[in-house]
Design a protein around this ligand. Structure first.
Ligand code: GDP
Length: 309
């Protein structure tokens, strides 16, 4: 995803390496190159401005001493600032003191929420948790079935409204009282408590664009289940729109963390670089493909190193 940005930055630093001591003009030229590379990668203008401002200020005050030459010090500064923009330290999930920990997934339709629900459930199960998935996306006709398929693959039971279904003895399929997403979520939580699942993952409906009714529904579900984490899932392929969408969700529902999906795509990556900085919420996970195993805990430092590799 970051191939072009990575090449551009590497080329900029190569240029710098051939110089010894750096003049203010050298630093300005470098910062200009970095600014162009970030803008061309679709990073939000406000993020680019803050980023280049900090890099310039720090580069100008670099002392010529220590093990690193001036050029290496600039690379180090850019690396550190990239880590900051990407959210700083890796932020683990906050588990509730009294289980179940409730995780609500929000985002536009097609962002990758249902896929992510399965990946997260599998990840947590591997860590010894006993998650329950809840299908509270009743907007899309196939969403419930899709979650059931994903849950089966992940080896995690799904609580879903399914009027025709019998309650399975293995606990694979559950019956919710009505096709009301708030009621489904609430019943899912009660079921998690009764069956001693320690994590509840609630999949919610998205729309193709930001819409007041969808926001309200997500907010109603939030109020019904009082999540410990609200993860905003964003398709990294949508470019500059990501920032606007993220802001709309931050205002309409609020969220505690970000999941970047489709990082395996060939978009320019700016969305991924902007969203933590613009919303002030950390990127916690990344989705890198359609398979359940295409999933990573997001480490800002590793991502920065990958970009500057
Ligand atoms: P939802 O509407 O937010 O629940 O989104 P889905 O989970 O249904 O995902 C929408 C489409 O994107 C599906 O075809 C998924 O297989 C695909 N998808 C989800 N995550 C990823 C990913 O990380 N990489 C790729 N390449 N495709 C993904």
């Amino acid at each position: 995803m970051f191939a072009t940005l990575s090449d551009r930055l590497t080329a900029t630093f190569k240029n710098l390496r051939s110089r010894g001591r750096l003049s203010e003009a050298d630093i300005d030229a470098t910062v200009r190159e970095i600014r162009r590379a970030l803008l061309d990668a679709d990073v939000a203008v406000s993020v680019v401005r803050g980023f280049t401002g900090r890099v310039r200020e720090r580069a100008l005050s670099v002392e010529v001493s220590g093990a690193l030459n001036p050029a290496q010090q600039v690379v180090k500064i850019v690396n550190e600032e990239l880590v900051t923009v990407l959210g700083g330290e890796q932020r683990p999930l906050a588990f509730a003191k009294t289980p179940p920990t409730v995780i609500l997934l929000a985002g536009l339709q097609g962002a990758g929420k249902t896929t992510l629900a399965g990946k997260l459930a599998r990840h947590l199960r591997e860590q010894g948790h006993t998650p329950l998935l809840v299908a509270a996306d009743l907007q899309r006709p196939n969403a419930v079935t899709q979650l059931q398929v994903v849950g089966e693959r992940a080896g995690v039971p799904v609580f879903a409204p399914h009027p025709g279904a019998q309650e399975s003895s293995e606990g694979g399929v559950e019956i919710a009282p009505a096709a009301d997403p708030v009621a489904v979520a609430r019943e899912g939580l009660a079921t998690a408590r009764n069956r001693q699942h320690d994590v509840l993952i609630v999949d919610t409906a998205g729309r193709l664009g930001v819409d007041a009714e969808m926001m309200q529904q997500a907010a109603d579900i939030r109020d019904a289940v009082r999540p410990d984490e609200i993860l905003f899932v964003i398709d990294a392929m949508i470019g500059q729109d990501a920032v606007v969408t993220a802001q709309a969700f931050a205002d309409g529902v609020g969220f505690t963390g970000v999941v970047l999906s489709k990082l395996d795509g060939d978009a320019r990556g700016g969305a991924a670089l902007s969203v933590a900085s613009v919303t002030g919420r950390p990127i916690m996970f990344a989705s890198t493909g359609e398979k359940l195993t295409d999933f990573e805990v997001f480490h800002p430092d590793r991502m920065a190193s990958r970009i500057l590799d």
